[in-house]
Design a protein around this ligand. Structure first.
Ligand code: ZN
Length: 305
């Protein structure tokens, strides 16, 4: 009805939901912010503090005045979801911010978190945007149902694993599930999957349980942080493939790291298996090394290798 929403960067997903490509790190189809429109208009996530202009520009293209945005819900702690909030609030000063308790803690005081992120990004620390604090954050939790009017509601679903504070939001009228980063990093164009195992917040076993929880929903659209929306039946296939990939990575990382205690050897082994994928090839080496290195580290910490 709205064309191939899966490959469009900015698109209307269905009657009530829109997808915005934040062009994270200046790269298309890496990061997403979503809009849900009932009688009230909500943003799901804020992007980084450096992608807010893109969000505002796309809202304009969708003919949505930022000042009419009632609420922003931040799906989890990471800077590419929450760091844009304080910047956007300058353009929408009456907008409320909602998040899980753990995410709210980081939004109110991101300083420690910002330092930890930069440490793990290593040479690519410049990719981490500043994370200005948000003073007023209201806490939401599993089971809360948020009424946007016009028969549109968002049910809060706890999805820990990617981070402890991760939540999803399920809109039952349109059957749209906003999953934050709880599924994986997925690129449709190159059919590439990466577990979202950033240190130190990732927990492997909890993450797999959250994938099962997502599968239990009667969803039609799956909206992911990285990147974009998938429609059924592909949506649930992506969730299943995310679980398979996570298990494959666990095996490779455990085997190689136990033998060698070398993160570099693990990196080389993963590149041997996935390095031919154009998506991996196309990433600048600095980003590829930093991101893959972090995902490996997240496994090592979580699995106590
Ligand atoms: Zn994340």
């Amino acid at each position: 009805m709205w064309g191939d929403i899966m490959l469009e960067s900015d698109s209307q997903i269905n009657e009530n939901c829109y997808q915005i490509d934040i062009q994270q790190w200046g790269v298309p189809r890496v990061g997403t912010v979503y809009v849900v429109k009932g009688e009230k208009i909500f943003l799901v996530d804020s992007g980084t503090s450096q992608t807010t202009e893109k969000v505002l520009k796309t809202l304009e293209e969708f003919k949505i005045n930022p000042k009419t945005i009632n609420t922003m819900i931040i799906t989890h702690e990471h800077y590419d979801h929450g760091a844009g909030a304080a910047v956007l609030l300058k353009k929408m000063p009456t907008t409320m911010v909602l998040a899980s308790e753990k995410t709210a803690e980081i939004l109110r005081d991101p300083s420690m978190f910002e330092e930890t992120s930069k440490k793990y990004y290593g040479e690519a620390a410049g990719l981490v945007s500043p994370y200005p604090p948000v003073k007023n954050v209201e806490v939401i939790e599993e089971g809360d149902s948020i009424d946007l009017g016009g028969e549109i509601t968002l049910e809060v679903v706890a999805l820990p694993g990617h981070t402890p504070g991760s939540i999803g939001l399920f809109e039952s009228k349109t059957k749209t599930f906003f999953a934050g980063d709880a599924v994986c990093n997925y690129n449709q164009q190159y059919e590439f999957y990466m577990p979202p195992s950033f240190p130190e917040l990732f927990d492997y076993e909890t993450y797999l349980k959250s994938l099962d929880k997502i599968l239990s929903y009667d969803l039609k659209y799956l909206c992911m942080g990285h990147f974009g929306t998938q429609k059924q039946p592909k949506a649930k296939q992506v969730v299943k493939k995310a679980a398979e990939t996570a298990k494959d990575w666990k095996k490779i990382i455990s085997d190689v790291y136990r033998k060698t205690k070398s993160e570099e050897q693990v990196y080389n082994k993963l590149l041997e298996k996935y390095g031919d994928n154009e998506y991996v090839k196309n990433f600048p080496e600095l980003i590829r090394k930093s991101v893959l290195g972090q995902l490996i580290k997240g496994y090592i910490i979580s699995l106590k290798l």
